[in-house]
Design a protein around this ligand. Structure first.
Ligand code: ZN
Length: 346
């Protein structure tokens, strides 16, 4: 089969598309004929190399994708040939203290398909049954293959970890990115007053279309000062930050007393200075979140399948142009998801 392959860690020139051994289907696995897949910032980190993650090369990336069941292993019970499925990339052990306690996203051996083990940017992929969810008829492959990772991440972050409720105010940073554009929709759906930042007029208009009530261009204005002005000096109840070092201080400055900063990533770096005085004096909470439990995935994906939430598709490229897709993410061009499709499907 044909697959996207990272031959070594490095710049986009380490990405190839070509012949790769067909996957072997384990007893509890399902062979998926991939119709569409998508990139996440995670793919850029995996390509560059993550500390503590030692990958077998060549590595097939990809933590989002969807397709048709081609074959099932003998222990598979939930799926059969011809079913439409999407990848839910978080893998848990089901046995540790946290899994047994019902919070599989805290599993001590939690890992992600595409990050720690081969992913789905290929014509076919063998995926454990537990990591597939059914996709209803009528849902586009582009939607099915691009929504699961960012919507589950944003859902757990805002709803389950952050406890966002109707009437609260929330600031979403980088509202045009994958997690950002999901967070705006989820916050709006939860009944919150939504503030959003972006880097261009076009991106801000898009954030408004998704449900943002107030928008600001962070390249032209100090967003924390803007939040103070907009909220009469109070600040917001929650800040959704996946940017990290570049925004951390201003995220804390944007919070009302007792506010929560929820974080699921640090695309600009993991080691910002932090104002401890502000944290204790304003009684702030810093809440980490990553991926989601299978139950949370079901909750949010139901709302994607019924059209309540819509992943924005930035572009659809053949898998052979994956290097270009990586560049689009790195350079923050446009908004929403970059979808890649096996060349044989185009
Ligand atoms: Zn576990």
């Amino acid at each position: 089969m044909q697959a996207v392959k990272i031959t070594e860690h490095g710049d986009t020139d380490v990405i190839e598309y070509g012949e790769h051994p067909d996957p072997e289907v384990g007893r509890d696995e399902v062979l998926v004929d991939v119709k569409a897949a998508a990139l996440n910032h995670l793919d850029v980190w995996v390509r560059r190399g993550l500390p503590g993650v030692d990958l077998e090369m060549p590595h097939v990336p990809g933590s989002d994708g969807a397709g048709i069941v081609e074959e099932v292993g003998e222990d598979v019970t939930r799926f059969e040939e011809g079913d439409r499925v999407a990848l839910a990339a978080g893998v848990n052990c089901g046995e540790c203290e946290f899994c047994r306690d019902g919070d599989a996203a805290r599993c001590v051996s939690f890992h992600i398909i595409g990050e720690h083990v081969p992913g789905i940017h290929s014509e076919y992929a063998a995926i454990p049954e537990d990591n597939l969810i059914p996709v209803p008829e009528g849902v586009d492959w582009e939607v099915a293959g691009s929504s699961c990772l960012v919507f589950q991440t944003a859902w757990r972050m805002l709803i389950d970890r952050g406890g966002l409720t109707a009437g609260e105010s929330v600031l979403v940073l980088g509202a045009s990115g994958g997690v950002g554009h999901a967070a705006v929709q989820i916050a709006d759906h939860a009944g919150a007053e939504v503030y959003a930042t972006g880097s261009s007029e076009e991106k801000l208009e898009h954030a408004e279309d998704l449900g943002a009530d107030h928008v600001v261009n962070y390249e032209e204005e100090d967003f924390a000062g803007w939040i103070r002005e907009e909220t009469g000096g109070r600040g917001v109840d929650m800040v959704v930050d996946h940017i990290g070092a570049a925004t951390w201080q201003d995220s804390l400055r944007s919070l009302a007393k007792g506010g929560r900063l929820v974080t699921c990533g640090a695309t600009t770096g993991p080691n910002p200075e932090t104002d401890v005085n502000r944290i204790f004096w304003n009684q702030l909470e810093v809440i980490g979140s990553t991926m989601a439990t299978p139950g949370e995935v079901d909750d949010v994906m139901e709302l994607v399948w019924d059209g309540t939430f819509e992943p924005a598709v930035r572009d659809v490229l053949p898998m052979s142009e994956s290097a270009r897709a990586h560049e689009m993410l790195q350079d923050r061009e446009g908004f929403g998801k970059v979808v890649v499709v096996p060349d044989s499907e185009l």
